[in-house]
Design a binder for this molecule. Structure first.
Ligand SMILES: [Mn+2]
Length: 274
């Protein structure tokens, strides 16, 4: 019971140790959530367990129904990721033995001491995604799992927690060498602007979207000229250029408010490409 009073970091440390001890002899079954956060959580865990040469299986579910829990083998370690915080009574009914939950959803029921839960609700209630928690857990197991920080951030963005980046998430962003830049949310932000704008449908920019002549006119107006025949991409713009581009787009009255077309762009390196 004591870990309830501990910080999230302490919870992670204590429970990771217990998990490693238990998994010496037993096989692990991972149950994770069918969304970006759950799938990235499972991916981080799978890679970590593979490197530890553990035996495990994975199940990804849309909803953690009572039946799913009832039908789980009872002799294995059950590791729930990004779900199960609200399923404590089902878990008890199913008489599962070694249960670990790494999740950030609301806790409704009293947690009995035989169930190991890592959840920010039990500590300082920091905002963190399931993938962020799984990442911190795996990094606790082995520092070299820092390499999975990018996956944790993907899950975090998938869960729309990016609006409230706290200390924990910032730490993970640093681990993953992820850059954040404020700018136009037009995808993809890494292609030359003339292409990005031509194919841009969200927001739809009148006389620009699908109209290469209009695109070039807008870029000229914004004072953005090609260098050696090539336009910069959104992420290559400096603040002043970004502002000029935004103004030029806003003058075309796209059917979106400023609020919706501006935001944080996350730049993640995968295989050395942004
Ligand atoms: Mn989640």
């Amino acid at each position: 019971m004591k870990e309830r009073e501990n910080s999230l970091e302490e919870q992670i440390e204590i429970i990771a140790k217990r998990f490693l001890e238990k998994s010496k002899k037993k096989e692990i079954q991972i149950i994770s959530h069918f969304d970006t956060d759950g799938i990235t959580s499972a991916t981080i865990m799978i890679q970590t367990l593979k490197e530890l040469d553990k035996r495990f299986s994975v199940k990804i579910v849309k909803n953690l129904e009572k039946e799913i829990i009832e039908n789980l083998p009872k002799d294995k370690i059950t590791l729930f990721l990004d779900l199960a915080s609200g399923s404590i009574p089902y878990i008890l009914d199913a008489k599962l033995k070694d249960v670990f939950i790494i999740d950030h959803h609301e806790i409704i029921h009293e947690i009995p001491k035989e169930i190991n839960v890592i959840n920010p609700e039990l500590a300082q209630k920091q905002k963190i995604s399931g993938s962020g928690l799984t990442y911190l857990f795996c990094k606790q197991i082995d520092k070299k799992n820092k390499k999975f920080a990018k996956l944790a951030i993907l899950g975090m963005i998938g869960d729309f927690l990016e609006k409230e980046i706290g200390k924990l998430n910032n730490g993970i962003m640093n681990d993953g060498e992820i850059q954040k830049k404020r700018g136009l949310l037009i995808y993809p932000s890494t292609r030359p602007l003339n292409r990005t704008l031509e194919f841009c449908s969200d927001p739809y920019i009148p006389e620009v979207t699908g109209d290469i002549k209009g695109v070039l006119e807008l870029l000229r107006e914004a004072g953005l000229n090609p260098i050696n025949g090539k336009y910069k991409s959104i992420i290559e713009l400096n603040d002043e250029e970004m502002e000029r581009l935004i103004t030029a787009i806003m003058l075309r009255n796209p059917k979106s408010k400023t609020r919706e077309i501006l935001g944080d762009i996350y730049l993640i390196k995968f295989f050395n490409r942004l």
